[in-house]
Ligand binder design. Structure first.
Ligand code: MEV
Length: 306
């Protein structure tokens, strides 16, 4: 049996802006999706045992099928005589890199089962093709984080730029899940449309986002967490301005800040899915997590910089 896994991720700065070539920063989180591939006598079988937001799997079913087809094509494999079982501790929901983690896990498990010996770079390329099933034309940031792990400075381009960043030590975060399944493809298309319609307004916002990325990198690398938190707040404002946040996300961001988070923002595709709060102190992480839970939302307590 072939086995593989992919990390979940959290975008700390500049989701959406990254699609248009603005630098972004992403961190892998400790939770993963796993895939097991075995051979069967014919046909194709698929079992999705990931824990998930209600309706997530149903809503993503047709995109997931396209994604798996893309993966088999990219690997020159026939989608026949194969059974894939997905699992792991990454809660499948919007905003946490669930689609990318599944693409990476499946590509790794297929490579393992068919003795293809794919390098990380090759897995990342295949996972990018898989991501197209979910995102249309993704920036590639999610599959990159899901493949390599760690903390990454990412710029989409003809050749993507990926630089590893280092944190002095791991930092606690809380991720709050609105429970709403979001369509990343539609959110990305919306930004593109409004950017074309209001070029001046969007140019200014995009310039500010670029500045936030550079300052964010400096703050993370010098371990100035107060500055990181402030920049996350600024980034959330910019994401509100390009209309990818919503009331649930804004509400959870405010709850996190009111309970001591030093910064909070939506993360990922937006319009639902997850937000992230920076809570270096364990007691603050607990307090923010329980405040979000009390409001009836699911939380994930994890660390970045692993
Ligand atoms: C989704 O996790 C991140 C987006 O920027 C889309 C992408 O980069 O492909 C919204």
């Amino acid at each position: 049996m072939g086995q593989g896994s992919g990390f979940g991720k959290v975008i700390l700065f500049n989701e959406h802006f990254v699609v248009h070539g603005v630098p972004a920063i992403v961190a892998a989180i400790g939770m993963r999706t796993t895939a097991a591939v075995s051979r069967i006598s014919g046909g194709f079988e698929y079992e999705d045992n990931r824990p998930a937001t209600p309706k997530y799997k149903e809503d993503k079913l047709s995109q997931q099928k396209d994604s798996i087809d893309n993966i088999f094509n990219a690997m020159n494999l026939e989608k026949k005589g194969v059974r894939i079982v997905l699992g792991g501790d990454l809660y499948a929901a919007s905003g946490v890199g669930a689609s990318a983690a599944s693409c990476v896990a499946i590509a790794r498990a297929l490579s393992d089962e068919f003795d293809l010996n794919y390098s990380d770079d090759a897995i990342n390329r295949v996972a990018y093709e898989g991501e197209k099933g979910y995102h249309g034309v993704p920036s590639g940031i999610d599959n990159t984080a899901s493949t390599y792990g760690g903390l990454i400075w990412f710029i989409k381009g003809k050749e993507n730029i990926m630089e590893r960043m280092h944190l002095a030590r791991p930092v606690n975060i809380v991720m709050g899940n609105t429970g709403k399944v979001a369509d990343t493809m539609a959110a990305v298309a919306g930004v593109k449309e409004r950017k074309g319609k209001y070029p001046e307004k969007y140019d200014n916002i995009f310039k500010s986002a670029e500045e936030v990325a550079f300052k964010g990198r400096k703050a993370l690398e010098s371990f100035d967490l107060e500055a990181v938190g402030k920049l996350m707040n600024e980034n959330h404002k910019l994401l509100q301005e390009i209309e990818v946040s919503n009331d649930d996300l804004d509400g959870l961001v405010n709850t996190a800040r009111e309970n001591g988070a030093i910064g909070a923002k939506m993360t990922g595709g937006g319009l639902g899915g997850y937000m992230v709060a920076l809570t270096p102190e364990k007691s603050v992480q607990e307090k923010v997590a329980s405040a979000i839970k009390k409001k009836g939302f699911r939380v994930l307590k994890t660390t970045i910089g692993i």
